[in-house]
Design a protein around this ligand. Structure first.
Ligand code: SF4
Length: 238
């Protein structure tokens, strides 16, 4: 068994029976929810997304709304100006190019076609697009956010400076059909055990496989109980 397959096996032991839930929503909803989740928690971005859904009848109404009304709906998730402008710009471009505010037509396009179509939108990057591909379109893609980037680099299966490079190094190496599962397990693991500031190396099933130079130091530190912080926004966009 290669290292990636062994990591997936051990993570499934850490989270027995866990399976990510794909979204049945229009891919546009998933794209917007992912964009809102940048630099914040899934809980606050879910509130912002729900506010948009409650305060506007549809995405057309958001497109035609004053920017301030959009900002007040999403201010809970931070970077309000940037996210409101990204949203307006995205909706404007989709309406102009495709005539209506839905991305259901992407189901008939290849991953590469979708990527090159959406990456042109300011504020919409590789992570946001790959989340939509995996969660909403059922494509076998490995989204890399900050948790996935951190954990895979500590484990030594990637050696990259940023999430985009980690995506480039790993997307073709993950066993077929396992990419969304691996992504979701890594996020849970990154929140519960392999935390950014003080990883709980003393409680880690992957300790022997890990190449993180500080793992011995963190294994010796006290071991607080993990927090329950496993709310995943894309599993709630329906
Ligand atoms: S040993 Fe520590 S750094 Fe390595 S994967 Fe486990 S928690 Fe993360």
């Amino acid at each position: 068994m290669n290292k990636i397959s062994e990591i997936i096996r051990l993570l499934q032991k850490e989270f027995p029976g866990y399976k990510p839930k794909p979204s049945k929503a229009d891919p546009l909803d998933t794209l917007i929810a992912t964009m809102l989740s940048q630099n914040t928690t899934d809980k606050t971005s879910y509130i912002a997304f729900t506010n948009l859904k409650n305060n506007f009848k549809n995405w057309d109404e958001v497109l035609n709304a004053p920017l301030n009304k959009i900002k007040s709906s999403i201010k809970v998730c931070g970077l309000t100006n940037q996210k409101a402008n990204t949203l307006k710009n995205l909706l404007r471009n989709i309406k102009k190019e495709h005539g209506k505010l839905s991305l259901n037509f992407l189901k008939n396009k290849t991953d590469d076609e979708i990527c090159s179509m959406l990456i042109k939108n300011k504020g919409i990057g590789v992570k946001t697009i790959s989340c939509m591909l995996a969660f909403s379109l059922g494509r076998d893609v490995f989204p890399v956010d900050t948790h996935v980037h951190r954990v895979t680099n500590r484990l030594g299966i990637a050696n990259a400076k940023n999430p985009v490079k980690t995506f480039e190094q790993l997307n073709d190496k993950i066993p077929k059909g396992k990419k969304l599962l691996f992504h979701a397990l890594l996020i849970r693991f990154g929140r519960k055990i392999c935390r950014s500031a003080v990883p709980l190396c003393g409680k880690c099933r992957l300790y022997k496989l890990c190449v993180y130079p500080d793992k011995k130091k963190y294994a010796l530190l006290s071991k607080p109980e993990p927090r329950d912080n496993n709310f995943v926004i894309l599993e709630h966009i329906h």
